[in-house]
Design a binder for this molecule. Sequence first.
Ligand code: IPD
Ligand code: CA
Ligand code: CA
Length: 267
Amino acid sequence: MDQVIIKAAEIVRQAGKLMDSSDYEIEQKGNMSNYVTDADKAVEAFLTERLTGLIKGSEILGEENHHRIHTVSDVWVVDPIDGTSNFIRGIGFSGISVGLVRDGEPYAGIIFNPYRDEMFVSEMGQGAWLNGKHITVSDRDFSHSHLCSAMCLYDKRYAAPCFRIIEEIYMQSDDLRRMGTASLELALVAAGRAELYFEMRLFPWDAAAGFALIREAGGIAECLHCEGFPLDRPFPVIAANNRESFEKLKEIVCRHVPKVPYDERIG
Ligand code: IPD
Ligand code: CA
Ligand code: CA
């Protein structure tokens, strides 16, 4: 694995210490259920300063500070705390997600869960790893799958089709998880702990690292109804451990969501 990715993972591990604090201010963003804390801002500032130093000319697209369009080939796509709501409530299932998008494609993924000291790392062509051990997706079929999903928390206008999709999949599979941290749930698919993933509206910082990880672990992760991996908008996401389950999941989701029901731009 490239030294740059190894160093980036070390930086992410250090940033995890900034998630330790119990003394932080909470602010509400945009709508009722969307929060940001001092810890989110501190982690993002820490990562912004250090990650750009690893690759000359690279830039940061961070959840808490994303005011520019990125045209360079290397973009670090950062969710400083994914699962902020879990973080505030002390649930112990939140993480730091850092994807390196190179020439428009998720190239490397780093996802760290400091509560379990679990560091997921992948690099294109080099495989996917959890705490230094190689990981692969599971070989369970659709009917024995666990689905990780959510009900479009930050725009509940789209909750109804999410519920219909989740119900349809639930009736044909093993079980459902709504865990509150998209990146760690994508990492569960990569590590063979879950098999299916659907979310109606994820931002690049929720998904970049998870896509890189799942693809290197042998699974499939895609933005629905869009080209490549957009850095300028949210998009629906589907992922699965194998092609057959992915196609089945896609058929169900596309029937309920024939096109992206929103048209938003970041910035
Ligand atoms: C959210 C979490 C949540 C997912 C939302 C995300 P945040 O990120 O990952 O699980 O359902 O779509 O926006 O706001 O905690 O960084
Ligand atoms: Ca997030
Ligand atoms: Ca976040």
